[in-house]
Design a protein around this ligand. Structure first.
Ligand SMILES: *Cc1c(COP(=O)(O)O)cnc(C)c1O
Length: 220
């Protein structure tokens, strides 16, 4: 079932859109089922659960960290996740920089942007993002590589609203790519789209979708 779910999503993916299978709350056996179907990119949203699974699952899995990360847990994720999608505060950004510097590595990250109406969702507002990137310190990041942005649309059924939010995120992405990150090939990911809204996200320019329930929930 998991294999079939992955295949049916992959069939519809344009060549330039990557699939992250969100394995949070799934046991290692289910992850292995997806792995056997050829899936290599997996996403986790809790540091502890991520560490637990990474230790027990094949070493060639490419892990994505997609959840809110507390600064006191950066050690558990930096250098272990290929891409951290959820850098949602300046404090976290500097904590990751410090840890990556200490480890002597480069950590790929995305800045999370708040596009939904729900206050509960995290991320930089457009204004906060602008304030961040205009700081001289931002240009002095050595060990964090900013590879793009991530966002989550509102949890609503109104397709027009979801589309408008994704379009806003794409617009922010394009503006950054043409300004601060102009000519920077590292800046290449627009992470948007989940089980309920990924076809819309792709139409609006997503390059990375994060799918959990549509892969791991049995449907028949
Ligand atoms: C859980 C989660 C997903 C996947 O959600 P589904 O609706 O199950 O596909 C994607 N992104 C983030 C940040 C998540 O926490």
């Amino acid at each position: 079932m998991i294999a079939a779910n992955i295949l049916s999503i992959k069939e519809k993916l344009p060549a330039d859109v990557a699939l992250v299978a969100v394995s949070k709350l799934q046991n290692p056996e289910s992850v292995l089922e997806a792995y056997a179907a050829g899936q290599r990119h997996f996403g986790e949203n809790r540091a502890q659960e991520f560490a637990f699974k990474q230790a027990r699952l094949p070493a060639d899995i490419v892990w994505h960290f997609i959840g809110h990360l507390q600064t006191n847990k950066v050690k558990m994720v930096v250098g272990k996740a290929e891409l951290i999608h959820s850098v949602d505060s300046e404090r976290l950004l500097w904590a990751i920089e410090k840890e990556a510097l200490k480890q002597g590595i480069q950590q790929d990250c995305l800045l999370e942007v708040h596009i939904a109406v729900e206050e509960s969702k995290s991320g930089f507002s457009k204004e906060e993002l602008e304030a961040l990137i205009s700081q001289p310190e931002f240009r002095r990041l050595q060990s964090v590589k900013i590879c793009g942005i991530m966002g989550m649309a509102s949890f609503v059924s109104d397709e027009q609203q979801i589309r408008a939010e994704f379009r806003r995120l794409k617009h922010i992405y394009d503006r950054l790519q043409q300004s601060v990150f102009a000519g920077n090939p590292d800046f290449r990911y627009l992470s948007m789209g989940m089980s309920g809204d990924w076809p819309i996200a792709i139409e609006e320019g997503s390059t990375l979708i994060r799918i959990g329930s549509q892969i791991f929930t049995k449907t028949d």
